[in-house]
Every structure is written in structure tokens, then in C-alpha cells.
Design a protein. Sequence first.
Length: 228
Amino acid sequence: MSDMSREKIYGVQRSERNTRLLRVKVLRAIDLQRRDFLGGTGDPYVKILLQSNEHRNSIIDTARSRAIPKTLNPLWNQDFIFRVDPSKHRLAFEIYDQNKLTKDELLGMFFVDLNLNIPYESAEQPLLTRDYPLLKRSVLQRVRGTVTIGLAYMNPSTPPLTPGSAEIDNNQQNESGFEIIHHRDIPETLTEQPLLPGWEERKDASGRTYYVDHNTRTTTWSRPTGQA
């Protein structure tokens, strides 16, 4: 976990009441819309806007990721910290293709409501991640692809969430959409494939299994699947 004293904190002032520190990890995007009709790729980056729920055209603060050159599947893996009031604020994520000669082109966007059950990070469980499909800003816009981000509150006055303490019934997602699975509900008779490169299986103090992605320094309750 990074040193808080060296990280810039975006958002509202510390003096405002009912605020929390929110860690936002911008991980990756997959299959973004191609803007170069000659068959090129793009130089995508993410802009994060903190907005008021009441006045959504009002931008409180903005952060921006680095641009990743010549790809439609960028891996940013960048952390940002926002001071927010979950009852008053939301985050807007806008993905752009950086252009040196013309205006940067919007590739899509999505929104995150902060007044949901976003978990608290801890040493064992820094972040749980979720994929967001990109949305259009206008009817005529063409968009495609998904963006993966992680969210976790960092407020030191609130006890951290440990793996297993955020369980819900029926293997559903919590209100924020971050997937949480009962370990006891996973069939033990299944033949499991080896973990993908860079992944590690661990157990928490209650014996529940979770998985660490050392490539992006995130964790999940779901066993990773797919080809390496």
C-alpha cells in the first residue's frame, strides 16, 4: 500500500463533514472503439470527475490517468485518492483517445454511485474489482468495450473490512456490484485448473479462500479463469 503522505488527494476539503477517503484504482480497458478509420489503434486515457448528485453538471475535482500509446486494450493500473461525501457525490469516468493535432475523442463513459456498499480496504484485501460497460454521451456516438476499476474506502476512523466479513446470501453481488462469494458454497469436488500466471491463492483468518493478482495488486473472491 502506498504512502498516503506522498499521494495527492482529490475532491472536497478535509474540513467538510461526513467525508471519507476513497481509493480508486483504474486498472484496464478491453476492446475500445477504434477511432482511426485507417486501421490504427489509439492512445487512451481515463478522466475521473467527482460530481455532485444534485448538480451533476458541476465538477468538484478531476483526475487523469496517463495515456497508453497504440492500443485498444490499455493497462493503466493507476491509483487515485478522492475525499468524498458518499451521500452527496458520484464519480464519472470518461475514456478518451489522446490526439496531438486535434481534439481528444471521447471513447465512452460510465458512472459510479458512491452511496452504495463499497468495501473498506485492508492489508489482506486491498480492493475488489468490477467491469463497467462503456456508455454513449450522445445517440450518434459509437462506443464499445469495458473498463475495470477497483474501489475501497480508506477512512481510518472506520474498521477495515476483512475477507469474509462482507458475505451476502446466494452468491450474489453486493449493492455496489463487487462480487463476493461464500467459500462454503463453492463445490469442493470440482477439478480446478492451475491459476493464471501472477495469481496466488490465499486463505483469510476464517479459512475462506481468496485470490491475489500480483500483476495489478488486487484481490477477488472469485477464482480467476481463462487463458493466460
